[in-house]
Design a protein around this ligand. Structure first.
Ligand code: G6P
Length: 612
């Protein structure tokens, strides 16, 4: 949460910072601000605005030229309401340093009182302003030293980027838990919360690890250990994402573009990893892990939000084909509930960003308990990808819309692939069944395209129901998580109440909601529980409820009962969540647009939740 960016080099800093913030705005949009050092070094040039980046951009007329050093921030409020005063950057007492921050200084109240006793006065309610004062308090002309001393006093986690009035050619950054990546250019350097902000300028990056501090000048990068100051050699990595992937490409919203990208994502995630003989290859799984994976006794799947729903689907996938005890848990529960995890267990962390605070803490806990850890991650080089024992990238490309769509599909595809890989390794799947499933797997990108052909019909349905405030989603088995995900998509971006339920539980509560006003979205593709879903739908219709159903081509009973029917091509049950969720994503998108919601940046949400 919160996006931070910094620049030092030969270009005008302001446009670089603004473009960087545009790419980071999905991380928070409560306020935005920049601080640059003016060419005459008389004082910081600083502007901040409440609300989205557009508000800040509207204030940019008359920016003085020749500012080659600067920092920027887009905020998701933790301490202090969204306001101009609480917006970053924050300055020290004598305005000698400017600071942007992503994270939480947990002992800020204590530090604030201490500084107040020394005569410091604070304008904002933020922990960051306290950090800025503390850093400046220790500042004696060397910002590296001041950061080291100040950070020693702080509890919590942070990514800081700072500039000093007295060091006009230097940009400083350090981190603990929250991400920072350095962009390496020619006579210029960048720093940002993630690579998307760097893509317009460079594909050469250095990932900063925890407790590292970097000092950047236009032509040098110096990384040292944050506490001890010892020099650290870092590797430069090449990013294979491109700028176009992070742009809307003619679509009105990133979310819609990302929904339409799903067939391609399925090909890139799945098909490229299956060779002509039907063998599955994960490029980053070393051969040495095969034995370990053969011996695992239990699988834990840990994740948050949409990725948690992918974990629930994996529970069904691996339960059926890998035949091991398996448990999917949300990261925030896993990390605090003393889970029974140990050597011989595999802990799978699913995460789009690779930075979610609770999932990162869960990973660290699993490692402490000596479990084997596998990260299924989208963002290359993210903290979770780097810290896990094993990593499989989902290869969805940059996902900008806050509501996750293509990353979810990529997670499901990757998890299915990993399920088959494990099942084969552990000999829990017959060769014939494996071959058939791989054959069906290859059809998924085309089938996803078929599903997307119904967008206009989904739109017509949405137009009839966009005013509703309550939606109920029902599914069974593999598609119980689809019901949860469909409901989550709708509430995230339309702000209507939507509830996902296991259809078998309908009689234990939700049935009381049903009358002629209630729209029930039933996910009922061909499966072993198809008939049970039909019975549920009969019960809804008997009470005059309205039914929007998702079924498989040729499902006669469903077509007779449903008020609205959307179809997916025939596919084995394990793949049905991949196809059926697409209709629900489009439905949520249409409802949100009809309600004039901010689809890509829904209120109060952030794409990357780097605080608990
Ligand atoms: C936030 C995002 C969701 C995402 C969840 C987990 O809530 O808005 O889209 O599913 O975090 O994020 P992760 O990056 O770990 O998948």
């Amino acid at each position: 949460m919160c996006g931070i960016v910094g620049y030092v080099g030969e270009r005008e800093a302001v446009p670089v910072l603004i473009k960087g913030l545009e790419h980071l705005e999905y991380r928070g949009y409560d306020s935005a601000g920049i601080a640059c050092l003016s060419h005459d070094r008389s004082k910081f040039f600083m502007i901040k605005e409440k609300g989205k980046l557009a508000e800040l951009k509207a204030q940019l007329n008359g920016v003085p030229p020749q500012m080659r050093l600067g920092i920027g921030h887009t905020r998701w409020a933790t301490h202090g309401e969204p306001s101009k005063i609480n917006a970053h950057p924050h300055l020290g007492r004598d305005s000698r340093i400017a600071l942007v921050h992503n994270g939480i200084v947990e002992n800020y109240a204590e530090l604030k009182s201490e500084l107040e006793r020394k005569g410091h006065r604070f304008k904002s309610k933020t922990d960051t302003e306290v950090a800025a004062h503390l850093i400046e308090y220790y500042y004696r002309g060397d910002l590296c030293e001041a950061l080291r001393k100040a950070v020693r006093r702080m509890k919590g986690f942070f990514a800081f980027v700072a500039i000093s009035h007295d060091e006009p050619n230097r940009l400083f950054a350090c981190k603990r838990s929250n991400p920072l990546v350095i962009g390496v250019g020619h006579n210029e350097h960048f720093v940002a919360s993630d690579v998307s902000a760097l893509l317009p300028y460079t594909k050469r990056v250095i990932y900063l690890d925890d407790d590292e501090l970097v000092e950047l000048t236009p032509d040098s990068v110096r990384v040292t250990q944050l506490q001890k100051g010892t020099k650290i050699q870092k590797k430069v990595s090449e990013i294979n994402w491109n700028v176009e992937q992070a742009q809307k490409g003619g679509f009105p919203h990133f979310m819609l573009k990302e929904i339409y990208e799903q067939p391609r994502v399925l090909s890139e995630t799945i098909l490229e990893r299956i060779d002509d003989k039907g063998n599955i290859h994960f490029e980053l799984l070393p051969k040495s892990t095969v034995k370990k994976l053969q011996k695992i006794k239990k699988i834990h799947i840990v994740s948050c939000g949409t990725a948690y729903h992918a974990g629930l689907v994996a529970n069904y996938m691996m339960g059926k084909y890998v035949r091991l005890p398996i448990e999917a848990t949300v990261s925030s529960e896993f990390r605090y509930e003393d889970p029974i995890v140990g050597p011989g267990d595999l802990v799978v962390l699913i995460t789009q960003s690779g930075e979610t605070a609770d999932t990162l803490a869960a990973l660290r806990l699993a490692k402490e308990k000596k479990a084997l850890t596998l990260a299924i991650v989208n963002v290359v080089g993210s903290t979770i990808a780097r810290e896990a024992d094993l990593v499989i990238y989902t290869q969805a490309g940059p996902e900008i819309g806050v509501a996750s769509t293509k990353a979810y599909i990529a997670q499901l595809g990757t998890l299915a692939l990993f399920t088959f890989y494990l099942a084969r390794l552990r000999k829990t799947i017959a060769s014939q069944e494996y071959r058939e499933l791989i054959g069906e797997f290859r059809k998924l990108p085309k089938s996803a395209e078929q599903v997307l052909k119904q967008v206009d019909d989904i739109d017509r349905c949405a137009r009839k129901h966009f005013h509703r405030k309550n939606f109920l989603y029902l599914g069974r088995g593999y598609n119980y998580p689809t019901a949860l995900e469909g409901a989550l998509k709708l509430k995230e971006i339309s702000y209507a109440h939507a509830h996902g339920y296991a259809a078998g539980e309908m009689k234990h509560g939700p049935i009381a909601l049903i009358d002629e006003e209630q729209l029930v979205i039933c996910i009922a593709p061909q499966s072993k529980t198809y008939d049970k879903m039909i019975s549920n739908i009969e019960e809804i219709k008997a009470r005059n409820g309205l039914v929007m159903a998702i079924g498989t081509y040729g499902s006669k009973a469903l077509s007779k009962l449903a008020d609205y029917l959307f179809l997916i091509p025939n596919t084995p049950e394990i793949f049905s969540p991949i196809l059926s969720v697409i209709t629900l994503q489009v439905f949520a998108y249409k409802i949100a647009v009809l309600n004039h919601r901010d689809v890509d940046q829904p209120r109060n949400l952030a794409k990357s939740v780097t605080v608990e």
